[in-house]
Design a binder for this molecule. Structure first.
Ligand code: 2M8
Length: 406
């Protein structure tokens, strides 16, 4: 039943060259959604997974950045806020896009797609694009500490995580006079507040007005983003081997970034974001801090400490993971990225546990399937009751459930 539903969602949300995250709430192509969706589609139709990824990279900018949204020109401007006119920018391909990025989980998706059906021509075609994506991050976003910054909460993918409350307080909200579209579809109790949106808009406008160049009032080194970046280097080394290129530089970059993360973001129990503007770690309890488990180069002792934290503070053994530790201030079981369980985050941690601690990966996989069976392929779930929240028929929930059962 869940599988039939998952296939139905992916088929219905397919738009010809890519998959929308959800028909009403997110009617365009999103960057990291496409990566997760490709991972699921690789189980059904590797060709469709390749098309999804190539279509996203088709909108890559000249500087290598992969925009977080590629707009569908057939969808009305008013269907999503902020739409193409707000961002005011086009990729060299002619597609209207946003100007910010999302966690670079695409190399992982490329590799999973390749494993499902080895196609060297695809690897050769997408490899330079993945390299350019990483080069953009190094050129535009890397600090002296060797870590990559995000310049907007939307870039974290975990938009209103309590981890961003502190850096966002420094942002003077000026962005008003806009109309939110998300509240037409989802209850305001399950979405970011208007105050959050005012700050999101302020930050996005300032970045836009700098020609998408200058860091503004928000600059943070996020553990999930950096884990995705380092894992991408690890995978680029695997891809390089497959297509006869030198894996060495990628291996060294993966190791160096992992080391920088341990040196600068690990607090002994969890990876924390670092506020680059103050130079301080943000003391928070986000499940993003568990995702460095994905990194093969992570020292065993650090991985063990993370797993202890996942057991103690995120109730790892009970099934799904909350996106924020329930005992921490700011937790909310139903409000978007402030606590609910998300299948993509569960899946990333599950990937990190599969080889290290299969006895813990199993219950987590089971938790994801239980949530989907209990409430359908919702965008997020109450981590205690598994009741569904946000959008229905959500693509990455469908895709990753397919991968988990495969
Ligand atoms: C959510 O973010 C968008 C802005 O990018 C929104 O709220 O309108 C986040 O959950 C993000 O991680 C996700 O990629 C996007 C589409 O599913 O929705």
């Amino acid at each position: 039943m869940i599988l039939r539903d998952a296939v139905r969602v992916l088929v219905n949300n397919w738009d010809g060259g890519y998959t929308v995250p959800s028909r009403r709430l997110y009617p365009h192509q999103w960057s990291w959604d496409s990566a997760f969706i490709a991972i699921g589609n690789a189980r059904l139709s590797p060709r469709r997974a390749r098309t999804e990824l190539l279509s996203l990279f088709g909108a890559q900018w000249r500087d290598g950045r992969v925009p977080h949204i590629v707009f569908n020109p057939k969808v009305a401007e008013a269907a999503y806020f902020p739409g193409p006119r707000f961002w005011g920018v086009h990729a060299p391909s002619g597609s209207a896009t946003s100007g910010i990025v999302q966690p670079p989980v695409h190399a992982l998706a490329v590799w999973k797609t390749y494993q499902a059906e080895p196609d060297v021509a695809f690897l050769r075609r997408i490899h330079p694009r993945l390299v350019a994506q990483q080069e953009f991050l190094r050129a535009a976003r890397r600090s002296a500490k060797g870590l990559i910054s995000i310049v907007h909460p939307w870039e974290s993918g975990m938009d209103n995580s309590p981890a961003w409350d502190e850096p966002l307080r420094a942002v003077e909200p000026g962005g008003t006079g806009f109309v939110r579209k998300d509240l037409d579809t989802v209850s305001s109790a399950e979405r970011p507040t208007d105050r959050d949106y005012e700050r999101y808009v302020t930050l996005a406008l300032a970045y836009r007005d700098s020609g998408y160049q200058r860091h503004g009032q928000f600059q943070v080194e996020d553990p999930l983003f950096n884990a995705a970046y380092a894992l991408a280097e690890h995978i680029l080394a695997l891809i390089a081997r497959e297509i006869g290129l030198d894996p060495g530089p990628h291996e060294r970059e993966a190791e160096a970034t992992t080391e920088a993360m341990v040196d600068h973001l690990f607090d002994g129990a969890l990876f924390q974001p670092r506020d680059v503007r103050t130079g301080r770690l943000i003391s928070s309890a986000s499940a993003a801090g568990l995702t460095p488990l994905l990194l093969p180069e992570l020292p065993g002792k650090v991985a063990d400490a993370l797993i202890d934290t996942a057991l103690d503070r995120f109730a790892l053994k009970d099934g799904v993971l909350p996106s924020y530790a329930p005992s921490a201030p700011g937790f909310d079981a139903a409000r978007y990225w402030r606590g609910p369980s998300w299948i993509n985050l569960d899946w990333l941690v599950w990937q990190g546990l599969k080889d290290r601690r299969p006895e813990l990966a199993g219950p987590l996989a089971n938790g994801m399937l239980c949530a989907a069976a209990r409430s359908g392929l919702r965008e997020y779930f109450d981590p205690f009751t598994l009741s569904g929240h946000g959008s229905r028929d959500f693509s990455w929930s469908a895709a990753l459930v397919l991968d988990v059962v495969a």
